[in-house]
Design a protein around this ligand. Structure first.
Ligand code: SAM
Length: 302
């Protein structure tokens, strides 16, 4: 196996990056005609590229003309996507906590030396808390939150919405949330607290569990049971939560699934500025719909 760069994702990663890439272009085209300073903030930026795991045969068949160093650049990560967007952003802010990933990420500042790039090795929630509390009157931003799991706290999402100046693409780890919701409702206290923090409230329990009644020798017994259509319930619940704090949201988040068709993530879009939200949401919904149609036609070919 030939392993190159930072490894994550499958086809769904391409779908995710494709949607954001299309939105970047629409965003900068519109913002160029507006009086605001505008930036791209990638708070889980990674290395800037994605790892390819190919065996020798695959490498030679797929990329006969490339050496391994060039193959790295073939699969772009989100940071590189943004740097190559045309028209460009005025500023790029890349956040990455991991030391090794960060030192790779920093190399982008040399490669794209003409662009205004700020890299920070820090925690995404801390950075965003700080930046969202600044004055946004003259500023706008597109934020991409692409964590592996439940690293984005609800209070961070709320602060982003409160700026009324940020468009947000967010990867919601629906697969992880589902796994934590035990079928028999027996969820450890530490996990409950983690979910409370992640979802920003405690009401989720009565959405994802319903009381069921059973006859036993001692009469009727009641117990909490996980609802049947859990992925739909989690999606609807989270969409409602976003809708409650943002000026507008795309109502058709993209379900990113593994090769067994099990949902892993939801790719969500939300717009913070009340004036700009209708058009921003329309663009994002169109992009998500096209990606969904392309995904299903590819599946039919499989
Ligand atoms: C899925 S990867 C990001 C991939 C990237 N968006 C791309 O397309 O190339 C998630 C990254 O977030 C980083 N990370 C995890 N927790 C973080 C945190 N709390 N703050 C900042 N970065 C974090 C990880 O080290 C990892 O590189």
């Amino acid at each position: 196996m030939n392993t190159i760069g930072q490894s994550f994702g499958g086809n769904w990663t391409e779908q995710k990056l494709d949607c954001v890439r299309k939105y970047l272009k629409a965003y900068t085209t519109i913002m160029n005609k507006q009086p605001f300073k505008f930036a791209y903030i990638d708070a889980f930026a990674g290395t800037g590229y994605r790892e390819l795991m190919l065996d020798e045969d695959e490498s030679e068949t797929l990329f006969p003309e490339l050496d391994s160093q060039e193959v790295i650049n073939f699969r772009q990560g989100s940071a590189r996507n943004a740097l190559e967007a045309e028209p460009p952003f005025e500023k790029y802010i890349f956040i990455e906590e991991d030391k090794e990933n960060y030192s790779e990420l920093e190399k982008l500042t040399e490669e794209f030396s003409k662009k205004n790039i700020e890299c920070r090795r820090t925690d995404a929630n801390e950075y965003l808390t700080d930046v969202c509390n600044k004055n946004w009157e003259q500023h706008r931003a597109l934020v991409f939150l692409d964590p592996f799991g439940m690293q984005v706290e609800w209070k961070t999402i709320k602060l982003i919405a409160d700026t009324q100046a940020i468009d947000l693409w967010l990867l919601f780890p629906i697969g992880t949330v589902n796994r934590l919701l035990k079928r028999n409702s027996d969820i450890r206290q530490s996990i409950r607290e983690k979910l409370n923090q992640f979802l920003g409230e405690e009401g989720w329990y009565k959405v994802f569990y319903k009381l069921a009644y059973e006859n036993s020798l001692f009469g009727e017994v009641e117990r909490w049971e996980k609802v049947g259509n859990i992925f739909t319930e989690i999606e609807q619940y989270f969409m409602k939560r976003l809708q409650g704090i943002f000026a507008g949201i795309a109502t058709n988040p993209l379900s990113l699934r593994n090769s067994k068709n099990v949902p892993l993530y939801l790719l969500c879009f939300a717009a913070g500025n009340p004036k700009g939200a209708p058009i921003a949401v329309k663009i994002a919904e169109d992009i998500l719909l096209k990606e969904l149609c392309q995904g299903s036609s590819l599946q039919q070919l499989d």
